[in-house]
Write a protein of this length. Structure first.
Length: 317
């Protein structure tokens, strides 16, 4: 689908064409690809495999949340396997991931399969699963939060107080003490969620859970971050066994398609640079109109890319 929007500027009048495509990242193997338009109530129940690969950002999480919502509405689905390979991402998107999985787990069995990594926000999202299956090489854990903000937000705080008239003393203020408090609050919520869902299995203390360590598959099974060693087939079998509507091996397995939107913005005739799924062009007025969050919290294994060159700082909780 395409549309044209007239963007007047002081010197030029140009058109922006937004083209949205869908990148299909579904597995190319498996008995079938699930058709969301198929009639519910077929002769056989099914286990649906939903895949999340990459960071827990808005695009990937929204796609998975949509699929889980549609699965919950399909009476022929008896259980879900969530195949994950994610280092985490922004806290807000990771929370959306968690909420979508938690709601699904209240309605049907959910088994998480850690294909490669489920760290930080990636692990937070699968914590509500009935079981977590890992490979020996899988990496899980990294329970923690970091904050990202421009260095200037701290260095120029006094100048900002002189330049603006505020409705209250704390309006639009950024300081290190408040940031540390926010991180501690988010950290407690993160750790508390993991302990609540995995508490009966964990052999670690709360402080050990909060340490931010990652564990390989065998260690994760031993300390309760995961339940068993296996592959995708193991996860599917466990999901079917946990389902009250699936009898024995009388079920189908369907792999959902993950469609991630790719927005391409073309202004005028000259394209200057590309970044991820977005293409930026010569006219700088477009970027100036975008809202930039002054502070963003991450539940991610490692430091978000871009920190080395953009002068951003990270504050430990």
């Amino acid at each position: 689908m395409s549309s044209s929007v007239n963007l007047p500027t002081a010197t030029t009048a140009a058109y922006v064409v937004v083209v949205t495509a869908a990148v299909v990242t579904a597995a190319t193997v498996g008995p079938a690809v699930w058709n969301l338009t198929a009639d519910a109530g077929g002769e056989r129940e099914s286990v649906a495999v939903v895949t999340l690969r990459g960071g827990t950002d808005d695009a990937t999480v929204n796609a998975v949340a949509r699929q889980l919502r549609e699965l919950r509405a399909n009476d022929s689905v008896g259980a879900v396997v969530l195949r994950v390979d994610s280092p985490g991402g922004p806290v807000d998107a990771s929370e959306e991931f968690y909420l979508a999985v938690n709601r699904t787990a209240r309605e049907m069995p959910v088994v998480a399969y850690v294909e490669g990594t489920a760290a930080s926000g990636g692990y937070f999202g699968i914590a509500p699963a009935d079981e977590i299956v890992v490979k020996p090489s899988s990496t899980v854990g990294s329970i923690g939060v970091i904050v990202q903000l421009p260095q200037s937000a701290i260095e120029q705080q006094a100048e900002q107080q002189e330049q603006f008239v505020r409705s209250g003393p704390d309006k639009a203020q950024i300081n290190l003490d408040d940031l540390r408090t926010d991180i501690e609050t988010l950290q407690r919520a993160f750790v508390g969620t993991v302990v609540r869902h995995r508490g009966d299995n964990l052999t670690l203390t709360r402080s050990e859970v909060a340490s931010g360590r990652t564990y390989l598959g065998p260690q994760a099974v031993q300390n309760g971050f995961a339940d068993r060693i296996g592959d995708l087939g193991t996860a599917i079998e466990r999901a079917a066994a946990l389902s009250s509507t699936i009898e024995g091996d009388q079920y189908d397995v369907y792999y959902t398609e993950t469609q991630r939107p790719v927005n391409v913005v073309v202004l005028g005739e000259s394209v200057q640079r590309g970044n991820g799924t977005a293409v930026y062009v010569a006219d700088e007025s477009d970027s100036e109109s975008e809202f930039q969050r002054p502070v963003r919290y991450y539940a991610v294994w490692g430091v978000p890319r871009g920190n080395d060159s953009d002068g951003e700082v990270y504050v430990d909780g």
